[in-house]
Design a protein around this ligand. Structure first.
Ligand code: NAP
Length: 320
């Protein structure tokens, strides 16, 4: 089968297409014929070799994918060859024609979702769901600011929060992105580069601030977040690419909490809850992943460049 391989750490050009052996499932494992693979920013950080998570070379990147079950190992009871599934995690990487997965990493893909949409679920929707409901304990009627609402995690968070009855404010850096945020269900779409951003939040919340902030770029925004969050509010740090100075007094006077989170820390039980909820939401139409770009597998390097550029618009997937 064909797979993207990283044989040495470095820039996007280190993603090379190779012929490798077909994976064979052991007990409790299955092989998915991947039709689309999700591209997440973390895969670009890992590729550089300077990130906290360092994989052994050579490896195939990718945690998210969707396609049909190809082969099942002994003891696999929930799936048979031909079933439409999405993978949220894989043992061999999803930037490939085939991916070996543990049975628990695979979930049914409802007929109304495309393979590209299935490939947009694992990391983005898993992260958005965990941030909103397991970390921030979001409740209907609260107000959430999705700070970075035009990309993979942000579009997911807007849909999940809206369908749960929150008031949703989403941000994007471009007009096109803000149109997407609004069409996606946000009540208000703002520009995260606007100099009067804090005042805009104050006027939308009658001066009270937002109950929850899902922060995609904490190193830029955390200091401001602590000034626009409501009393007893929660700021969830999802994305961060550097350091920032904050005034702890802003948190102190509001009884506000800064909550870090990474999907890597979700327990198997939490992941089972998340994917049961996502499956139901897909079936009922509560969520509908937005695919911004479909790029051929062989051009994975271009996808890694694109996912780090400003002007996000939904999800970038590789078509296989
Ligand atoms: P993405 O699809 O590339 O989207 C990036 C988002 O950040 C876009 O909405 C972008 O908006 C926005 N952004 C850019 N500049 C911003 C600013 N100054 N203030 C607020 N938002 C800004 O990436 P993603 O997959 O959604 O991931 C978002 C971040 O979360 C990444 O840093 C990623 O590594 C991280 N992440 C963390 C976890 C975790 O478990 N903690 C899981 C998944 C992702 P414009 O392009 O419109 O400006």
């Amino acid at each position: 089968m064909k797979a993207i391989r990283v044989e040495e750490f470095g820039g996007p050009e280190k993603l090379v297409l190779r012929e490798v052996a077909d994976p064979q499932p052991g007990p409790g494992q299955l092989v998915v014929r991947i039709r689309a693979a999700g591209v997440n920013p973390v895969e670009t950080y890992i590729r550089t070799g300077t990130y906290g998570v360092k994989l052994e070379l050579p490896y195939t990147p990718g945690a998210d994918g969707a396609g049909e079950v190809l082969r099942v190992g002994e003891g696999v009871s929930r799936y048979k060859p031909g079933d439409r599934v999405y993978a949220a995690g894989s043992m061999t990487g999803t930037y490939a024609e085939q991916a070996l997965c543990a049975e628990a990493q695979v979930h049914p893909l409802p007929a109304q979702a495309t393979f590209a949409q299935g490939a947009a679920l694992g990391v983005p929707y898993g992260t958005a769901y965990r941030a909103l409901f397991h970390i921030a304990h979001a409740q209907p009627a609260e107000t959430v600011l999705v700070h970075g609402a035009s990309g993979g995690v942000g579009t997911a968070a807007v849909q999940l929060a809206r369908s749960r009855g929150l008031t949703v404010i989403g941000t994007a850096g471009t007009e096109r992105g803000r149109e997407l945020v609004q069409r996606n269900g946000a009540h208000h779409a703002l520009d995260h580069h606007a100099p009067d951003f804090g005042n805009q939040i104050a006027s939308l919340t009658a001066g009270g601030g937002v109950n929850i902030i899902l922060e995609m770029l904490a190193n830029k925004n955390l200091a401001t977040d602590l000034q626009i969050v409501a009393r007893f509010g929660r700021v969830v740090v999802i994305g961060n690419r550097g350091t920032i100075e904050i005034n702890p007094r802003d948190a102190m006077t509001r009884d506000a909490r800064i909550l870090g989170m990474t999907l890597f820390n979700a327990s198997p039980g939490e992941l089972a809850v998340i994917h049961a909820a996502l499956g139901a939401a897909l079936e009922s139409g509560g969520i509908h992943p937005v695919i911004g770009q479909e790029i051929p597998l062989a051009e994975a390097a271009r996808a890694h460049q694109a996912v780090m550029e400003p002007g996000a618009y939904g999800k970038i997937v590789l078509v296989v």
